[in-house]
Design a protein around this ligand. Sequence first.
Ligand SMILES: [Zn+2]
Length: 186
Amino acid sequence: MTVQPIRLFGDPVLRTPADPVVDFDVELRKLVADLTDTMREQNGAGLAAPQLGVGLRVFTFDVDDVVGHLVNPVLEFPDAEEQDGPEGCLSIPGLYFDTKRRQNVIAKGFNRYGDPMQIVGTGLMARCVQHETDHLDGVLFLDRLDPAGRKEAMKAIRQAEWYDPATPPTVKLDPHASGSLFGLGR
Ligand SMILES: [Zn+2]
């Protein structure tokens, strides 16, 4: 079991939909252990595999002292009730924005041994399950904000000290060369 580095906003893996787990093997159980350790070390409410750079549909949660995980989650909403409140993300550290979510959710999936399981979540647990399942689809909570909120969030991210602007690698062009390198500068 190891604490792993968390991928930050701007890393393409966070925008890549994850694949369903097919093999419920020792590798999966190690992934669940790494997710759990890293989540707890960071005092997170949840952590999804893509945040560790792993493109599999697995997340862990730690809400109200209930620690667990879910593999290949499928969400159902038993009603239309909504909640609105602050939400954050370990891949967007230190920033919280009010985000609308459903109040109640039923998440069906499997544990790390392949046994069917489900989470009936309300309030914070429901928020966590929706946030983490979004990660498995390459969706971030910023995408759930209204346009004004998203603009504010992007501004705050660009000013965050951890933010590494996703600039292309530095390419030094020879100003005297005819044409251009890599098709740039035309
Ligand atoms: Zn997150």
